[in-house]
Design a protein around this ligand. Sequence first.
Ligand code: SAH
Length: 464
Amino acid sequence: MNPEKPKREITFKKNEEITLNIDDLGNNGEGIGHLRGYTFFVKGALPGEKIKARVMKQKKSYGYARLSEILTPSPNRVKPVCPAAGVCGGCTLQHLSYEEQLRYKEKKVRDCLTRIGGVDLSTVEWLPILGMTEGKEQPWHYRNKAQFPVRADKKGQPVTGFFAGRSHSLIPVSSCPIQHPVMNEAAECVIEFMREFDILPYEEETHTGLVRHIYVRRGYHTGEVMVCLVINGDSLPYSDRLVERLLKIEGMASILFNVNQERTNVILGSRIYLLWGKRYIEDRIGDIHYRISPESFYQVNPAQTKRLYETVLLFADLKGEEKVWDLYCGIGTISLFLARYASHVFGVEIVPEAVENARENAKQNGIDNVSFVCGAAEDVDAGQDVDVIVVDPPRKGCDTALLDTMVKMQPEKIVYVSCEPATLARDLKYLGERGYAVRKARACDMFPQGGHVESVCLLHRTDM
Ligand code: SAH
């Protein structure tokens, strides 16, 4: 230990009761309050509230405390719909009114862009956040995909639900209010089948048992349902009986199982076998039809996806002559959405099944000015002719190699779609230092009741 450096005083005892004024929300929906130079994260507390909490854990400059009493509640506090809210790791903002959720999400994107990205927002045309507020629309039952873990309850019976935040303890939830009801119905059907035929649920510690996850997908416009059981084995006993039962569910179109025999947190293994129906389901966004395989990424909130893509189209402002690159294109959703307004769209995607879907989707929709490349976005050759780049990476954002390639390609515009404002802002800074400035931005709420936020930014080359 360095004797010169004074040891920082631990100023709070474990379990000490503290009173805090909450002034912000953290990334996982926790309330943030400050006391004697420390930042405390308190799950369940909201900005504007005065609370009492007990200190649980303390690090150098921040700590965690457990909410014990709300002294002054926020006017924006609402009663969560789901009994598992606050325990289940999924919905971290159910206790906040939807209007405030939207305000918080927009602020989060704006804060990241200024603090991390160094973006001067006075030079950006900021469009209001797209929320699920239009007409009769409610920010519930919107999800088109569920991956329910299956485990044994105390009596050894199979149950399904969700993992508690940051852990693998299962919270039984029989009806998840952000899922389409058919997801819950399908999961219930599989659990009943398992109970009747003594099919064992997976046990993580011993790596035994069979059924790990029930993966369900539903096409928003078509109503087609896909059920895929992820199993720790090569075959599913009594599968014909399962099929028989699942066929009673409206819209059933695809029944499969996936083999995952690894000790891993990754849900899907590499082999998928068809038990009944098609190997994919179909859906539509606007007037474009899409085939979706179980391995392929597809946005989880279909109503909002259309609005997100419309924003991409608006920002790209295509005149029909442009060569467009759609990096991280998935099943080609954005590529096909843009194709009719462009001269050609090139999509790049790393998952082979998604690329297969993308090519098939182009054919099915009679769109021939698109081509898809299976590979890493980082490996795109910078010598290509391009006018607009659309980029939609996973949460970790873009690799510097890719950002460098984008700069070398010298497109007039970049439309950056992001599901993580912190990495978006980091990448905007990098691009900003290399000649690309943010001109327009908009957040879009793809995940009502949860803390994540999607956003779209338009960047222009500044030397033009
Ligand atoms: N734009 C699409 C998909 C966005 S999700 C849509 O809106 O549906 C991000 C996609 O990037 C996923 O399909 C994922 O498989 C793909 N991906 C992840 N890493 C990649 C990489 N290094 N290169 C290319 N694609 C990648």
